[in-house]
Design a protein around this ligand. Structure first.
Ligand code: FRU
Length: 486
């Protein structure tokens, strides 16, 4: 009789669930990228997304669909808007047309209106072509009809995409942001009926050098502790400088319904900062039509990076969303910062525990509070017996938070899989707080209550890591751990 050696690790999860997070949205199978069409309607949070129903690589883009009543449990529904005759359905947004300005309602309920980019690949006789199109739904986003008068906007362009639409009450107009990606600028259009659009202005290039602006958003946020507000314009940059990585850029300013006027720095350039200091936060957009009595601005991003996404070793599904994050603005010193925190619905799922949980089994949070950050560095190390590790913490000499994923598992050595990340600490004094949510292959690190955030994928071995903390002996530290039950 053969003897079977006892395994030192839990049996590998089946391929379909390999590295699958629990608290983060993932598709049942196949490839996803950008969140699309985020809208709240009739008690449901809708999450549409770029989806390839035919495989685990980018291609044949459709809008996939999921709904949730709490932003945490997602039910994946059939495809919402499908590719047809080689016309792919690229990224875009949804709104509720409460007053039937489009005339596309059914006479009873307000229609949901989706604005998306129609994309055709280059052919021997024609270049790539992108136009803006509309689809509408009368049954809470389950079935969609493509508008007969599509396209709404066709400027004969190759790179003209990702419409983000919202209602601007002061000018009583619908506003649409689009990107002329290859030229690194965003265009602003306006409309009274969601169908006929007039060009208003442009913004960009500005901020980090790089190639291809994508997925814009524009929204107003209150500044903590004041009566003031600021408009936040966000775009993604597909390739930053000459490096093989992407980023999400933010600008602050004023918006009058036609033009975005950025706040300027001492050199007269638009002030900007990265929304996320990590590698895996892309194409985020915010939800439309969140009820006023909720009052939050919430966004979600694709938790991946185009430069290595096709190689992520997740088996039959590929691509996850970040946690939905509530947004705020805070003045820190002389600058404004976007503050991001996991939505309270995620917090509510956390219960205190005394030890770490196995990675790949459920989500967990590690919270660290240091009373005197000026006294030295704090290094938190998760390590597995086989020599794998994931580090994060605060480097006092650089006054910066950091992440180190140089021994964190698969993808190490991939030319785009950067291993070390840092971001300056702007918050003065104490305490310093670090809150890391680890959910299988995802790590989101919220520093000083979300004044800096890092989103990272890592592909660790199965099993329970050990936790080591290095800090000066006399530093006052408080460590707590939570596990997440959903
Ligand atoms: C960003 C993006 C968008 C485009 C979509 C196509 O990830 O390139 O600009 O609409 O993905 O899937």
């Amino acid at each position: 009789m053969a003897t079977i050696a006892p395994s030192t690790q839990p049996a590998p999860a089946d391929d379909c669930n390999r590295f699958r997070p629990t608290l983060h949205f993932t598709p049942k199978s196949n490839w996803i990228n950008d969140p699309n069409g985020l809208v709240y309607f009739a008690g449901e949070w809708h999450l549409f997304f770029q989806y390839n129903p035919f495989g685990t690589r980018w291609g044949h883009m459709h809008w996939g669909h999921a709904v949730s009543t709490d932003l945490i449990h997602w039910e994946e529904l059939p495809i919402a808007i499908a590719e047809e005759n080689d016309h792919m359905i690229f990224s875009g947004s949804c709104v509720v047309d409460w007053f039937n300005t489009s005339g596309l309602g059914d006479g009873t309920n307000p229609p949901l209106i989706a604005l998306y980019t129609d994309h055709t690949e280059p052919r021997a006789d024609a270049p790539q072509h992108q136009t803006q199109c509309l689809a509408y739904s009368h049954d809470k986003g389950r079935n969609w009809t493509k508008y007969g008068g599509n396209p709404l906007l066709d400027e004969g362009r190759e790179h003209f995409r990702d419409p983000k639409v919202f209602w601007h009450a002061p000018s009583a107009r619908w506003i649409m942001l689009l990107v002329r990606s290859a030229e690194n600028f965003a265009c602003i259009y306006q409309s009274s009926n969601l169908i006929d659009w007039d060009y208003s202005s442009k913004f960009g290039p500005a901020g980090a050098d790089g190639h291809l602006w994508e997925c814009p958003d524009l929204f107003e946020l209150p500044i903590d502790g004041s009566d003031e507000t600021r408009w936040v314009l966000k775009v993604d940059l597909f390739t930053v400088g000459g490096e093989k990585r992407s980023a999400c850029l933010l600008y602050f300013g004023q918006f009058d319904g036609k033009t975005f006027l950025p706040d300027l720095d001492a050199e007269g350039q638009p002030r900007w900062h990265y929304a996320d200091a990590g590698s895996d936060f892309y194409a985020a957009i915010s939800w439309s039509d969140i009820p006023p009595d909720d009052g939050r601005r919430i966004w979600i991003g694709w938790m991946n990076c185009h430069h290595y996404a096709p190689e992520t070793p997740t088996g039959a599904w590929r691509g996850a969303m970040t946690l939905p994050r509530a947004l705020g603005l805070r003045r820190i010193g002389d600058r404004l910062r976007l503050i991001q925190q996991p939505v309270r619905e995620a917090e509510a799922k956390m219960t205190p525990v005394t030890a770490l949980c196995p990675v790949n089994v459920g989500a967990q949070r590690i919270d660290l509070r240091c009373k005197q950050p000026q006294d030295g560095s704090v290094d938190i190390d998760l390590h597995w017996p086989q020599g794998y590790r994931l580090g994060f913490g605060y480097n006092a000499a650089e006054n910066a938070y950091y992440i180190k994923r140089s021994a964190s598992g698969s993808l190490i050595g991939h030319e785009s899989f950067q291993e070390y990340f840092r971001a300056e600490r702007f918050v003065d004094g104490s305490p310093l707080t670090l809150s890391a949510i680890i959910d299988s292959c995802t790590l989101e690190l919220f520093c000083d209550d979300g004044a800096q955030v890092f989103s990272h994928l890592f592909f660790p071995p199965l099993g329970t890591p050990e936790l080591t903390i290095h800090a000066p002996d006399d530093m006052e530290l408080k460590l707590s751990r939570c596990a997440c039950k959903i």
